[in-house]
Design a protein around this ligand. Structure first.
Ligand code: FEO
Length: 176
């Protein structure tokens, strides 16, 4: 059985994963309207993964005798300045998620909830992968700058990454 403190913290994380999914979905839709189909595919895929992160938490909370609450969400930003600004936001957001996961781990240790602590290790690994991937993409975009040809090839690269199961960085498959 989860303590009130842990179940509240997990429900907050459910909300964050759900809003991450909406955030990336909005980015994907924007990219698609710009003719950036590879970037859109990558971000649609990323949005699906965040939904999976949310679902995994809901199921865990319910299995442990509490209630995973489906949150209401604010509309995310829908218009973006540039591809670079999209991925700067992705990196910034993933760093925030990592900090929240670390905070959750901390709460579990304080509450002596070793089962949830163990469950959260999957998220700890996932965040390492997701942050590293976002950093790699931002570095690439820094190299490309304003070169339109560069963006064209970048878009193709992300399409390949999305079709290979891209945005999870492999942490999910390592756990199966
Ligand atoms: Fe589920 Fe990318 O945080």
């Amino acid at each position: 059985m989860l303590s009130k403190k842990v179940s509240e913290a997990l429900n907050k994380q459910i909300e964050l994963e759900a809003s991450s999914s909406q955030f990336y979905l909005a980015m994907a839709s924007w990219a698609e309207t710009q003719g950036l189909n590879g970037i859109a595919a990558f971000l649609y895929h990323h949005a699906d993964e965040e939904r999976m992160h949310m679902l995994k938490l809901i199921k865990f909370v319910n299995e442990r005798g509490a209630h995973g609450v489906v949150p209401s969400l604010k509309q995310p930003t829908t218009i973006f300045k540039s591809v670079k600004s999209v991925f700067d936001l992705v990196l910034e957001h993933e760093i925030k998620v990592t900090n929240e996961i670390n905070h959750l781990v901390d709460i579990c240790l304080k509450e002596k909830d070793y089962t949830t602590h163990n469950f959260l290790q999957w998220y700890v690994s996932e965040q390492i992968e997701e942050e590293a991937l976002a950093r790699k993409i931002v570095d690439k975009l820094n190299l490309i700058g304003n070169d339109k040809g560069g963006i064209y090839f970048f878009d193709r690269d992300l399409e390949t990454l999305a079709s290979e199961g891209g945005a999870d960085g492999g942490a999910e498959s390592n756990q199966k």
